[in-house]
Design a protein around this ligand. Sequence first.
Ligand code: PMP
Length: 426
Amino acid sequence: MSTNKALMQRRSNAIPRGVGQIHPVFAARAENCRVWDVEGREYLDFAGGIAVLNTGHLHPEVVSAVEEQLKKLSHTCFQVLAYEPYLELCETLNQKVPGDFPKKTLLVTTGSEAVENAVKIARAATKRNGTIAFTGAYHGRTHYTLSLTGKVNPYSAGMGLMPGHVYRALYPCALHGISDDDAIASIHRIFKNDAAPEDIAAIVIEPVQGEGGFYATSPAFMQRLRDLCDEHGIMLIADEVQSGAGRTGTFFAMEQMGVAADITTFAKSIAGGFPLAGVTGRAEVMDAIAPGGLGGTYAGSPIACAAALAVIKVFEQEDLLGKANKLGNTLREGLLAIAEKHSEIGDVRGLGAMIAIELFEEGDHQKPNAALTAQIVARARDKGLILLSCGPYHNVLRILVPLTVEEAQLQQGLAIIAACFDEAKQ
Ligand code: PMP
């Protein structure tokens, strides 16, 4: 039998250290929200492969759709010979993505690629080349998305400066002293000091920041951003790679913001564990790039499209949006109960089931507690619960449990988190 220790040793010899790993565990198999490692140990998965498994590991409907597709064809390259699942999925997303206007959709493979393409499309549509992104943002690991990402270490550290014409605005976050007014003022400051609005193609924003710490913008802020974009002919790009596919209790978080983005990116949970991402936007904007300017060899793989169509069906059949809202309430209540006993938990927040807690020394919001956060993540793993941290100070614990989790498993996970906090103090 392989052991985690032996495999970790082989890993460090064979794979560059830049590919980090949060838990020193090799997974062997998984089902819904449980994972078994190579040693046969069982874990509850509250990480969902970083927001990919809203429908759980290997949902039977997704597996059967993929099996059916595998009997037909696995690859032609959509730009060579088209296939129906790609088309059907784009038609479905044109309906599902918020915005009361005609839309078109492009499929790609990863979230980074989706954001890259969204910006390319905005540049072509506006004939401008500046982009505004936010502090704490995470948009990917490709060259341009690293420019957009608002955190140098570890993502672009040691690689020199990233491509230019990206300007950084403040993401509104009341907990850390950034009001909506401050955030809007920071954009006006960019217009005044760095780049005229008529040189800005797009403002890219996560309606709920993922890696940045699960901070949600308010509908009022999003309205102000929309107004600014309308005033200056700037494309508003909503990066819903992490917040989309039902996590926040609506299929897209922007549905709760009262305004629509011109361009939306999605990935992760959209295809229930298969690599698929995409860009949906105003039809005329999406058509700004000439034939041949968009696509990719594997972009919109038939297998992944079949999986995504099944995921969307499962959301309807199992009322997963209703479940996300219920799950969010249960998590919030459970975490608030733990916070009552542990003043280190300075905030319990989130939208729908995109829930996180933020840890501080003695509850002082000036003193992020990364050490305790790392300790809770490690302790939880030892007790059979897989958790993830995030946030600019590594002091946020985020919950990305499948929306299909059973109540008993959810309570078991919360009990493990509570026990970890109790023990961390002993
Ligand atoms: N945007 C957001 C909001 C994300 O959370 C992520 C991934 N964490 C990405 C883009 C990049 O996606 P990928 O890792 O699939 O390239």
